[in-house]
Design a protein around this ligand. Structure first.
Ligand code: PXL
Length: 274
């Protein structure tokens, strides 16, 4: 018998193309050696060319999925991705309190504030951004916005290390214990410089920038790899460092699929039989 692995829960949307959303999260959890569980918030209709539409899941069904797995199987760490509506966000916040997941409980909780796809298709109703800030950020162990999301959340347009620091501080003011401001979208930088802070420590994570357009699911994969490490009991700085190394390899080995943007690949981490 395989020893029972640690468990991680993703609360996110489905990507029919398999490269982002819960599919990215579950394959990352698998590659990182934790048992992945999911509470689906929305079903998107999409492929490598973009999101053609989505339908959200009723908030009470999202709640029921979280309670079903938390009450029976237990959750060692959780993350959110696409949440679609303010109603779902409010339901998720209330449920996480009930099942004792979040920064003030012992179970780490990562909020990836997904607002739009790489093609710019909206994945969050406009009025729901405030709910992410007020309902989820104060409960988060870590928030992981990209630079577009940072601008939506804080109004700060990050162009250099100084503005990246200012943005991280502004995010911490919303209440998460740690903020990770990912520099991956600073395209004129030859490196991918991410900044992680809890307001006392400022940790710069430096990595290479790979010249590929196939980065679909990159943010989800990064946040999921961090969540997997947190599930295994690592502290936030170590978990983010491990997540960074995981996403680097996954971007380096991303593959073309379909006519548009192909997905990042977690395959490097597992032995694939011929
Ligand atoms: O990568 C962000 C993301 C999250 N969740 C779903 C998505 C996407 C991007 O397309 O489709 C369901």
């Amino acid at each position: 018998m395989t020893p029972t692995p640690k468990t991680a829960l993703t609360i996110a949307g489905s990507d029919s193309g398999g490269g982002a959303g819960i599919q990215a999260d579950l394959r990352t959890f698998f590659a990182c050696g934790v048992h992945g569980m999911s509470a689906v918030t929305a079903v998107t209709v999409q492929n490598s060319l973009g999101v053609q539409g989505f339908s959200e899941i009723p908030a009470d069904i999202v709640t029921a999925q979280i309670k079903a797995v938390a009450g029976d199987m237990g959750v060692d760490a959780a993350k959110t991705g696409m949440l679609a509506t303010a109603e779902i966000i409010q339901a998720v916040a209330k449920t996480l309190d009930e099942v004792h997941i979040g920064r003030d409980a012992q179970v780490p909780f990562v909020v990836d504030p997904v607002a739009a796809s790489m093609h710019g298709d909206p994945l969050l109703r406009e009025e729901a951004l405030d709910a992410i800030i007020t309902e989820l950020f104060p409960r988060a162990t870590l928030v992981t916005p990209n630079l577009d999301e940072v601008r939506l959340l804080t109004g700060i347009h990050v162009t250099d290390e100084r503005s990246q620091r200012a943005a991280a501080t502004a995010l911490l003011d919303f209440g998460p214990r740690w903020a990770l401001v990912k520099g991956g979208h600073l395209y004129d930088s030859p490196r991918c410089l991410d900044l992680l802070t809890d307001g006392t420590q400022y940790i710069e994570l430096d990595g290479p920038r790979y010249d590929t357009e196939h980065t679909h699911g990159g943010g989800d994969t990064f946040a999921s790899a961090i969540t997997a490490s947190l599930a295994k009991g690592l502290g936030v700085p170590d978990a983010v460092e491990q997540g960074k190394r995981f996403i680097e390899r996954s971007v380096a080995e991303s593959y073309p699929l379909g006519q548009g943007i192909g997905p990042v690949s977690p395959f490097w981490r597992i032995a694939v039989p011929e």
